[in-house]
Design a protein around this ligand. Sequence first.
Ligand code: PMP
Length: 351
Amino acid sequence: MKAFEKNIRKVEPYVPGEQPQHKVIKLNTNENPYPPAPGVAKAVRSTDIERMRLYPDPTSSALVKELARYYGVEENQVFVGVGSDDVLSMCFLTFFNSEKPVFFPDITYSFYKVWADLYRIPYECQKLDADFHIVKEDYYQENGGVIFPNPNAPTAIYEELDFVEDIIEHNQDVIVIVDEAYVDFAGKSALELVNKYDNLIVVQTFSKARSMAGMRIGYAISNPTLIKYLNDAKYSFNSYTMNQTSLLYGVEAVKDKEYFEETVAKIVETREWAKDQFRELGFEFPDSRANFIFVTHPDHDAKELFEALKKANIYVRFWGSERIEQYLRVTIGTKEEMESLFAFLREYMGR
Ligand code: PMP
């Protein structure tokens, strides 16, 4: 081993879902199957190339303004970043600086562990119950901060707002982050609690319900004090996180509420139909309130099924990790894509 090896910050990285470069039915990374709002396409066509020469606005003010308007909060309550991954990573760096462990579920977004390791933050995973629900009482113990997604991923289980509020209420000495990447497909957002609890941060993304995973836009909404701390950390790291074009297109995406609601409704409708199809084929799954379903089958090995699907150019997500070895996460695609999936499954299962 070279002497310098001991000074290298080593971390076991997050493993993103595959992004195949050939055409597949892509149900593996929870993207939206519909294009972004028509206003975005228009903005693409009129993109001012000249502006690329210049640095983008470090405050991202146009997008911050639009998000503040949309959610009915003040501009100093909004922080934007390069996807919610960037926002969440900044939150870990900024708010989780305790000797006490940060709490999050044992089965959840696997990036939490990676950021905690990367930033040397102690953490403790709280076990989901046998039905994959968060046990809120586990979060009553002393800790250095709390983070959980709602709906949770990859389980797709949504907890009602009083449940979320109970966790926030019991943790007022630390920062609580609610990761709402999938909330638009689910129900009420914890956003309505940000003016009630000064320890709450809600994080959302343009990657799912707003069909813009490729533009990398995420945001946090909280009180001005916590947003200021986040900005201080951001400016100490990289002032120009948001690129010029993402900012422009992001604004257009937020403006079109009608299109947003329409595509979300279509996905929810396909999801409910897909649940029936999965049930008919004998799959079991926790009730999904996200744009994906976490399925298992009593007679079919998940890994084998995952591989058979992949061979047929249908990509879903499989982890094979503890407690979820027999589960696949299937993103809700268009009705046609889902029909192809079920046609394959029927044949595979000889039905
Ligand atoms: N939170 C959760 C729970 C997720 O599943 C994802 C998507 N991988 C993210 C955050 C990050 O999404 P993005 O960086 O695209 O906003």
